[in-house]
Design a protein around this ligand. Sequence first.
Ligand code: CDP
Length: 243
Amino acid sequence: MLKPKLIVDGKRLDGRAFDELRPIKIEADVLKRADGSCYIEMGKNKVLAAVYGPRELHPRHLQDPSKAIIRYRYNMAAFSVEERRRPGPDRRSIEISKVSKEVFEAVIMKELFPRSAIDIFVEVLQADAGSRAAGINAASVALIDAGIPVKGIVTSVAVAKVDGQLVLDPMKEEDYYGEADLPIAFLIRNGKIESITLLQMDGRMTKDEIKRVIELAKKGVMEIYRLQRDAIMRKFMVEEDEG
Ligand code: CDP
């Protein structure tokens, strides 16, 4: 198919400004069985995260006597994309699971839980580009919902280059037809960006563009961070009984 024009009259195909996120909804504690959970919508992405643990790791030979083992499974439902996906892990989801696991390795206080496992499951129910970022954002809230000690909140977003222009939080057409796509995650501690915990890119960008991408992403993640924090607050605040 011919590449469509992705920017028309200075606006993106869905009417957004270059530095504008898609609408976001976040709700913590949506699953009864899990120790912690979160549901997120970022644009048309719909993603559930469930956290189990810390719990004793079996088989025992996989245990680490000095810290908890973190496991992360990113999975796309067969019905989450236009063409039915074959169920089960593929190269893409194995890679996303690996890099996402490494994000949380750096954030969870895993030394507090020797011989344990902390399992993070991310199920993409509907995907529209940026699903790994949505998964990380939901997982971060679910971990806090589970009461697992963390160094801060992890917040992720992608930036793309489309028609020569850098745009925040690309949707599927921008991801697919754009010149480059760069998902990034930050550790945010006490309301301040502390470090980058994930940085991937496909396509091509100049050094100067990369600097601008990071600034654009920082602006985006601070907005997402506030919504993550609100979702956690809503869960933990005891409402005044009006009756
Ligand atoms: O979702 P994310 O941007 O993190 O990962 P991607 O590999 O850049 O995929 C971009 C988008 O392509 C996904 O969010 C889906 O909408 C779509 N996709 C698909 O339609 N079928 C697949 N098997 C994989 C991805």
